[in-house]
Design a protein around this ligand. Structure first.
Ligand SMILES: Cc1cc2nc3c(=O)[nH]c(=O)nc-3n(C[C@H](O)[C@H](O)[C@H](O)COP(=O)(O)OP(=O)(O)OC[C@H]3O[C@@H](n4cnc5c(N)ncnc54)[C@H](O)[C@@H]3O)c2cc1C
Length: 342
């Protein structure tokens, strides 16, 4: 049987893989996307799309439904600081809704979606072979725990404190148009409005953080959720920090969480991943991986530097000073939010 050939093989049908596949297809390339799960895919996520992510999705013809996010509010129960985004709002979007729309758009533009898993990879200087297919390039978009990253020897150990994320939805009307971040001594709880009658709660913290106990440790949030029925099951992800030694090996490019991840603290993984997807497709069109590492570094710099510094503070004795400092310096808080939410 002859092997099917494509310009691009995308491994992973999360938001980054699907967006990269659609973008590549819209650029005239033939694209196969291999994803082990079928149907809309859920994932532990805060579900806040920053304005830059909304723009990147609009550029490939996708406008997901959701609730406007006007900005961010940090509170530690005693002090509060908030900032309203100046350029455009973000949007709280259920992962299932985003996945469904991206899958439909991928089908519409002619991405060949296949159920399977990319494992063994063989490549020479012209082609990549994997999952029974041949392609000129592979985009590895297989997420936080990327097996492809490991297979290619691009994973690097992290010495950062291990942090995990857990999320659940609750049937309650959003009480704010801001993403609220509630800080306790050990965890942060995110509230994202995602529908007129649903909020998503994401908890970030150390290993074995208990979702219920985390909510109970935050009286203001516990009061808001009192009596609200869960609208989804609890899902977790982590450890969040993932490092890479390089962003490509031969004709395989790492994209999205697979290429390295800092933390969900600043809620911009999708914006950064979608920007990397654009750069990866440009590299394929140029038929060269040479510029990709540089573009990847450029497009993820704020995430790596600013989010990295914030996580370092959040996991140090300075943790308790974060909200008081932000509330004492609201202009600086606003500038950081604007920078990350671009
Ligand atoms: C708790 C938490 C809260 C977050 N909050 C936000 C937020 O508010 N806003 C935001 O922008 N980002 C947020 N993020 C980050 C965001 O979820 C990720 O950055 C985003 O999902 C990355 O997309 P991706 O497509 O790279 O990876 P994923 O969404 O993980 O998709 C990877 C896909 O690859 C598939 N796969 C795995 N192995 C293989 C294989 N071998 N072959 C083929 N396919 C494979 C998987 O099944 C999966 O579908 C949060 C993350 C966490 C953990």
């Amino acid at each position: 049987m002859s092997v099917r050939r494509f310009d691009v093989l995308v491994a992973g049908g999360g938001p980054v893989g699907l967006s990269a596949a659609i973008r590549a297809r819209l650029s005239g390339l033939t694209v196969a996307l291999v994803e082990p799960r079928s149907g809309p895919i859920d994932k532990a996520c805060g579900e806040g799309l920053m304005p830059g992510a909304i723009d990147a999705l609009a550029a490939i013809g996708v406008s997901p439904p959701g609730m406007p996010i006007a900005g961010f509010r940090y509170t530690d129960g005693r002090r509060t600081v908030s900032h309203r985004l100046t350029r455009a709002p973000g949007r709280g979007v259920r992962r299932l809704a985003l996945s469904e729309l991206l899958e439909a758009r991928a089908d519409e533009v002619g991405v060949e979606r296949l159920v399977g898993r990319v494992e063994d990879i063989e490549q020479d200087d012209r082609t990549v072979h994997a999952a029974g297919l041949e392609a000129r390039w592979m985009l590895a978009c297989d997420g936080l725990h990327s097996g492809i990253r490991r297979t290619l020897g691009l994973a690097r150990p992290s010495t950062a404190p291990r942090r995990f994320g857990i999320r659940q939805h609750f049937a309650v009307a959003p009480w704010t148009d801001l993403v609220e971040v509630h800080w306790s001594a050990g965890i942060e709880a995110y509230v994202t409005p995602v529908a007129p009658d649903v909020v998503g709660i994401g908890i970030l913290g150390p290993p074995r953080t208990d979702f219920r106990a985390a909510i109970e440790s935050l009286p203001e949030l516990a009061g808001r959720l009192d009596g609200a029925a869960p609208a989804s099951s609890v899902r977790g992800a982590g450890p969040l920090r993932q490092r890479t030694s390089a962003r490509s090996a031969g004709r395989v490019l790492l994209v999205g969480d697979a290429s390295g991840y800092v933390d969900a603290l600043t809620g911009e993984g999708m914006r950064v991943g979608l920007a990397q997807a654009e750069a990866a497709v440009d590299a394929v069109l140029a038929d060269s991986a040479e510029g990709y590492g540089r573009e990847w570094a450029h497009r993820s710099r704020d995430f790596r530097v600013i989010t990295g510094l914030m996580v370092a503070a959040a996991t140090s004795p300075l943790r308790g000073a974060i909200v008081p400092t932000a509330s004492a310096l609201p202009a600086a808080f606003g500038a950081v939010i604007e920078r990350l939410a671009r």
